[in-house]
Design a protein around this ligand. Sequence first.
Ligand code: ADP
Length: 453
Amino acid sequence: MCPIAMEYNTVYSSSRKSLNNNEEWDLPAAEKSLLQKIVRTGLVTSKHDIEIQRRDPNSPLYSVKSFELLKLHPSLLKGVYEMGYNAPSKIQETALPLLLANPPQNLIAQSQSGTGKTAAFVLAMLSRVDPDNQHPQVICLSPTYELAIQTGEVAAKMSTYCPNIRLRYAVRGEEIKRGSKLTEQIVVGTPGKVLDWVTKYKFFDPAQIKVFVLDEADIMVDTQGHQDQSFRIRKILPKTCQMMFFSATYTDDVMRFANAIAPMSVIIRLRREEETLENIRQYYVICNSKEDKYNALVNIYGGVTIGQAMIFCQTKKMALWLAKQMTDQGHAVTLLTGELTVQERIVVLDDFREGKQKVLITTNVMSRGIDIEQVTIVINFDLPMNVDREPDYDTYLHRIGRTGRFGKRGIAINLLNGGNDLIIMKRIEAHFSKPIVCLNTENVDDMEKLGAD
Ligand code: ADP
């Protein structure tokens, strides 16, 4: 057994011992992450949508549902399929087109462990390498020896059919004769060792690096010296070098680190369901007819200074009626329904995204896949229900998840038509275990409370 594999097995078995003793919560974050990777047998899937923040409006934003659409090198595609990946995971759907776009884009991506981040950046690293050039072109930093080995192993598997792509570990125990130069295209290692290799020993030329990946950044921020070492490496890389920053959590510390390493990035996040409702205040208003609901809506709209609002109706007919009412009374609204062509939808969404319209009325059909960064209020003109008139929890989450994004506070208001709606709403409240508070839109105090959110 080679020395790397031996040491790696020792770490694995000692960690497993801790788990057997029910001491998993005492494990350091890096070890926990490693264990998760080792014991995981497949993807962790998330029901929630990706949220995207685009600093540079020219960055491409689209998602792919198949690996073929990414136009990968055939040998790489073969490797991907052989690993049993049939289709991109949710984070990969959005991350991969960005990571592979030309000119290269910087990306900051956050999603829980197991959602496919490693596979995404490994695929991007391998795609960017020019196998004919025998020098490092990609640096990938991991917080520990063991995590670096894990990443290297994924790269080795994925590049099975790309024999000319080679990888070098820059981790403890790896020694190189002074004065030599690396010929491998990819360097995967820990920050201290990589920094030494590139600055002190000059084993490779940083000017040739095209891709800089920083993985498990949340673990790095907790490790003394890692941030500083990563910055020092980053500073000597070319301005055109593509930065890819990955983290399982989204804290202020991580984001400060991320923005310093990868400025002007597209930021993508895949929230867990329970995180979605954290920044959102939910209310309900009792009404007795659609006209009543309309009046409540006008009170809300006129009573508080709101940014942008999305209003969801159950049917196209209701959406049309509401849009007409609002337009007739001089409100600037825009309508998005399933019957628009793709081109028309893009125009409507772009106008709304740019703030040309303040209110977007839409139907269930459109509750998914819309990505608007700045929605401050979501109004359920009708509660989401399935055909059996049972509460549709997923749609509720998707709808109100349009607000409260990237840590901003959001408001969601449900307009109820009578007692049956109240029962449905109570079931939604119980399902998510988050309070939905009664709001009287005629009451000045209530409306002030809303405005203070
Ligand atoms: P993360 O880096 O977010 O922890 P990984 O990239 O390690 O996630 O992926 C988690 C698990 O899912 C791994 O076992 C990996 O092989 C597998 N995996 C990754 N992408 C896909 C995919 N598109 N299809 C199926 N399995 C995948």
